[in-house]
Write a protein that binds this ligand. Structure first.
Ligand code: SF4
Ligand code: SF4
Length: 440
């Protein structure tokens, strides 16, 4: 399919996206307080550098990176540090956090920033250090520190920056709106990432259900063709890193290897857009775009939300419908159920979806009937049924031998299982245990 055909082809199934895909990004009003977790990324938690009672300005450094695989955090609002609590995250982890009470009289201007720099004049090492100082992580959900991705091993032979604009999860349209409304910043971020990686080619993979995004980007692609769009058929889970590499480059990431081992680094469009906005100004990441949608929300849309805002405050503003509701953090396929409305918006959160309680399909849990549907559904060629059985018996090393670390956590196996077996959750547990045993 050509770029033109994809931009104008008719659509019939919107996967819950039509309600928000055409709405401009709106800023959520500043909440009364924010709570910033120090561990909301992959790697070592940040170290607090403020004390209780200290006034902070919006954008000011409040926690420093603790080592290379760590990131700093910045104040999402101007106000006063009112507590340094231990916070329970959506996945049950406990982490130190910084609670800031918003100053109601503040205009919430950002802390004055140092003079702008041209990131393209920096050496790759200096550029990676500047990226770390922004506190940026993968905004697509992985929350992997961006500067680490931009510091590949010296022996890596990279040739392509692959830009992930698929956003294939149903309901989510935050990346779509970012591509439409912040195209110039996206192009700038792509150039900075290419400079850091030393590659001369960037390919943006976009599914054909996003004609407005394709049109916006087509208008800003450089004439030298160093940055190009690749239009892909809409298909879940195309946005998973390994799937995208397969679709765009027809390359396979070998089991146990990284994309960099086959010459590729993948970054999502939201991350690179933030990079394009933050890096020249040497500013920190303090807010992000989140899709708030689902049948239980009256004012669905894409909101620019200060990090650390309570999910409950977001939903109060977006008009959560009365009655018992189930809140999903992330997309419906890979997201997790919110244990409470007190958990905060974090750097890796792309969606908040609300459904009337009982409306989500819940299958009664039964024994495996060996139907093979999960094997057919798995895009990575794994045996989810076997992996689930091994996890249930805590035979994690066996799971590793059967490829659980290659699981991209797409949830396709769980969705299709007629016995209601939580195969994805089993794989997440196995991967978590194995990563703790083998931190490298
Ligand atoms: S979540 Fe299930 S279907 Fe998806 S890659 Fe993992 S095992 Fe395969
Ligand atoms: S889909 Fe469910 S019931 Fe069928 S083989 Fe897989 S685990 Fe067993």
């Amino acid at each position: 399919m050509t770029l033109f055909e994809a931009m104008f082809a008719p659509r019939h199934d919107d996967h819950g996206k039509a309600r928000t895909a055409g709405l401009p990004i709106r800023r959520l009003p500043f909440p009364e307080r924010v709570t910033v977790p120090l561990a909301q990324h992959i790697g070592k938690p940040a170290r607090t550098c403020v004390r209780i009672g200290q006034p902070v300005a919006r954008g000011e450094l409040i926690a420093e990176a603790d080592g290379f695989v760590s990131i700093p955090h910045h104040a999402p609002v101007s106000g006063t540090v009112e507590a340094l609590p231990l916070l329970t995250m959506a996945d049950g982890r406990r982490t130190p956090a910084i609670a800031i009470r918003t100053d109601p009289s503040s205009l919430q201007c950002r802390l004055p920033l140092p003079p702008a720099v041209d990131p393209l004049t920096l050496t790759p090492d200096a550029l990676a250090a500047a990226v770390q100082a922004t506190g940026l992580v993968g905004l697509g959900g992985a929350a992997f520190p961006t500067h680490v991705k931009m510091s590949p091993p010296r022996e890596a032979r990279l040739d392509t920056l692959l830009v992930n604009g698929c956003e294939c999860e149903p309901f989510l349209t935050a990346d779509h709106r970012v591509m439409v409304e912040h195209t110039a910043a996206l192009m700038a971020g792509i150039r900075y990432a290419m400079h850091a990686l030393g590659v001369h080619r960037a390919l943006i993979g976009v599914e054909d259900d996003k004609p407005a995004a394709l049109a916006a980007m087509a208008a800003q692609l450089p004439a030298d063709r160093s940055i190009q769009c690749r239009v892909l058929p809409t298909r879940y889970p195309q946005g998973a890193e390994k799937m995208l590499i397969r679709s765009v480059l027809q390359r396979e990431v070998p089991s146990g290897k990284l994309p960099a081992d086959i010459g590729v680094v993948v970054n999502n469009v939201g991350t690179l857009t933030m990079l394009g906005e933050l890096l020249p100004r040497r500013a920190g990441l303090i807010e992000r775009v989140v899709t708030v949608s689902g049948p239980g929300v009256q004012q669905a849309g894409n909101y620019l939300i200060p990090l650390g805002t309570r999910i409950g405050d977001v939903l109060r503003h977006a008009g959560m419908a009365p009655g018992d509701m189930e809140v999903i953090l992330g997309g419906p396929m890979m997201g997790i159920s919110a244990p409470s409305l007190d958990v905060p918006v974090t750097k890796g959160l792309s969606g908040i979806l609300v459904f009337p309680a009982g409306s989500l399909p819940v299958r009664e849990r039964r024994s495996c009937i060996r139907c093979g549907q999960c094997l057919d559904a798995c895009p990575m060629g794994l045996n989810p049924s076997l992996l689930g059985q091994l996890a249930a018996k805590q035979e994690y090393e066996q799971s590793a031998r059967h490829g659980v670390l290659d699981c991209i956590e797409c949830g396709a196996c769980t969705q299709g299982c007629p016995s209601g077996i939580p195969l994805l959750q089993y794989n997440r547990i196995s991967k978590s245990v194995l990563r703790q045993r083998r931190p490298s």
